[in-house]
Design a binder for this molecule. Structure first.
Ligand code: FAD
Length: 547
């Protein structure tokens, strides 16, 4: 029997119910607000029009970081909040948030005379204070070559090494939603808010449409004492539903990433790669069994629900890689995956170019009562949520025994309890997994993705040994993960399972393509799909891989 981490109710079950707080948007911002709200004791509903994290929150560079580049634009407040939060996230999600060395290569004899980078890193590290993060240092030419084999050596004089953190953005969002659910939040994916319900000019609830693959188009009206708009780049559209006026303007900025196989870019640490004449740089980050490289940063005026990766965007990233690694000669044929996302930047008419726009968030309580939280970063979702729920509590006029203080800084993600010692847990898991013929690498993957909940997957495979079989050749994923995604993590489409619960579609789109058919058969069995729906799912998934 699998424990359901997220129980999705039908819209009929929701219809007519009343919550203290309705949060619209199941990205990291909405997830954080729902977690904070529910854990303070407020009855909370989280609704998402697609899958959880299907918006920007699965398309980031996957860094929990201060944002070194924001120092260039003097965004000290954003950096300070972010480096502090980085340390909190290391504590709360130890399985998922990992500290990682980053190399900044130095070219030309005079590179170290221009102290811009070193000064920036001093400020960066000092802002983190005595929080335990390792201090940056200079490294030799040979050390750079060892960490970044194949790097252009002509003019290379050494480099700088600093530390930041990496996570899995979509799974991180899911973990925060699971934590919200543990505190009583009701979380529903594929429930689009079609209208904001207003009475006497005040927002008092939402109308929902069920857009899940098997939905009959069911609708529901749900009441909320406070409604929070956490819809990222859709912020204005949401505020205007039902005839409202948006008080926050968001300018979407597009960012594209590609993934490469480690054999094609065999870096042993993360690194910064200059992108050429525009003076920007890309990150190259080892992530699962791939290397993520990106990102671009351009204004976007297109369809928010259909963001395609253009050929020239991929070429821009490949050119930067080839300039830095002349022997690599990577081409579009080497690209194993790609994804495009939209940064929800708060509109700033004065900023020259999207790179210069502040990553600060904004919180608004508009005349009609709608609370809007927008902007910010994946890294800062928790302080953003705290600020939002502090406002909600004020609006509800609740305090003391009716509503507790913010406790999200203590809520471990991944099912960890304070008395579990992680290394001992992993050892015990390896022992149990060995009995199923599963190697340490598989256990490492499972622990990294599910934390303490990796136990449940091993348990599933013990009850049904076929679930211990590899999901796809050449990777450490096992079949139990697909079943778990559906049964416990509310995956309702093939894309939910293979793009966000398991990140195969972006690390190895070819591998995802290979198993689309068999995975769809498993999901059809578990979710009661008709043959027609199963085929449509495969078709939609494969089409999405090409975007
Ligand atoms: P979203 O994740 O987009 O969530 C909004 C949700 O609202 C969507 O899922 C959408 O479907 C839903 N929605 C919209 N309308 C409705 C409706 N009517 N009814 C119900 N639901 C609705 N930050 C970092 O900290 N580190 C990084 O490394 C980093 N890299 C980035 C790289 C790129 C290329 C980009 C684009 C962003 C990056 N960011 C990074 C920023 C970070 O990803 C975003 O700030 C964050 O994910 C935004 O989350 P959100 O919840 O506000 O928006």
């Amino acid at each position: 029997m699998i424990t359901k981490d997220i129980v999705r109710p039908s819209l009929q079950e929701l219809s007519g119910r009343k919550f203290d707080v309705i949060v619209i948007g199941g990205g990291i911002t909405g997830a954080g607000v729902a977690q904070d709200s529910a854990s303070r004791g407020l009855s909370t509903l989280l609704v998402e029009k697609g899958d959880f994290a299907s918006g920007t929150s699965s398309k980031s560079t996957k860094l929990i970081h201060g944002g070194l580049r924001y120092l260039q634009n003097f965004q000290f407040g954003v950096v300070l909040e972010s480096v502090r939060e980085r340390q909190v996230q290391l504590k709360l999600a130890p399985h998922m948030v990992h500290s990682l060395p980053f190399v900044i290569p130095a070219y030309g004899k005079n590179w170290f005379n221009n102290r811009k980078w070193e000064l920036g890193l001093w400020v960066y590290d000092c802002m983190a204070g005595l929080s335990g993060n390792r201090f940056h240092k200079r490294i030799s030419r040979q050390e750079v070559i060892d960490l970044c084999p194949g790097i252009r050596q002509e003019g290379l004089v050494g480099g700088l090494l600093y530390y930041d953190c990496r996570t899995d953005d979509a799974r991180h969002t899911l973990e925060v939603i699971k934590s919200a659910c543990e505190h009583g939040c009701v979380a529903v994916n594929y429930a689009r808010v079609s209208s904001l319900v207003r009475e006497n000019g005040r927002v008092v609830g939402v109308e929902l449409i069920d857009e899940s693959p098997t939905a009959s188009g069911a609708v529901a009206r749900v009441c909320g004492r406070v409604v929070v708009n956490a819809t990222g780049v859709w912020t204005q559209k949401t505020a205007e539903l039902g005839g409202g006026k948006a008080s926050v303007a968001v300018s979407p900025a597009k960012g594209v990433h590609i993934t490469l196989a480690p054999e094609r870019l065999p870096i042993k640490s993360a690194m910064l790669i200059p992108t050429g004449a525009d003076g920007r740089f890309c990150f190259a980050v080892p992530w699962y069994d791939s290397i993520i490289v990106g990102t671009t940063d351009t204004p976007y005026n297109g369809d928010l629900d259909r963001i395609a990766t253009e050929e020239e965007e991929v070429e821009y990233i490949l050119a930067a890689v080839n300039e830095q690694f002349p022997q690599a000669r990577v081409t579009s044929a080497d690209v194993t995956g790609k994804f495009a996302g939209l940064r929800p930047l708060i509109r700033d008419a004065k900023a020259k170019g999207t790179t210069k726009v502040s990553r600060k968030h904004t919180l608004e309580h508009s005349r009609d009562g709608l609370v809007t939280i927008a902007g910010g970063k994946l890294t800062t979702y928790r302080p953003m949520a705290k600020e939002t729920v502090d406002l909600v509590v004020k609006i509800l006029n609740r305090s003391g025994r009716f509503c507790g203080p913010c406790i999200t800084g203590e809520l471990m993600l991944g099912g960890w309890a304070s008395d579990i010692v992680r290394p001992a847990f992993v050892k015990a898991l390896q022992k149990r997994a060995a009995a199923l013929g599963l190697g340490d690498k598989t256990v490492e993957t499972l622990e990294r993705m599910y934390g303490q909940r990796a136990c449940s997957l091993i348990q599933m495979a013990m009850s049904d040994r076929s679930l211990a079989e590899p999901l796809v050749e050449g990777h450490t994923y096992i079949k139990a993960q697909l079943v778990y995604a559906v049964e416990s993590e509310a995956a309702l489409t093939l894309e939910d399972a293979l793009s966000r619960r398991i990140r195969l579609a972006i690390t190895d789109s070819q591998g995802a393509r290979q198993i689309a058919e068999s995975a769809s058969q498993t999901m059809a069995r578990l979710l009661g799909w008709t043959e027609e729906l199963r085929k449509a799912q495969v078709e939609a998934f494969l089409a999405g891989l090409d975007c």
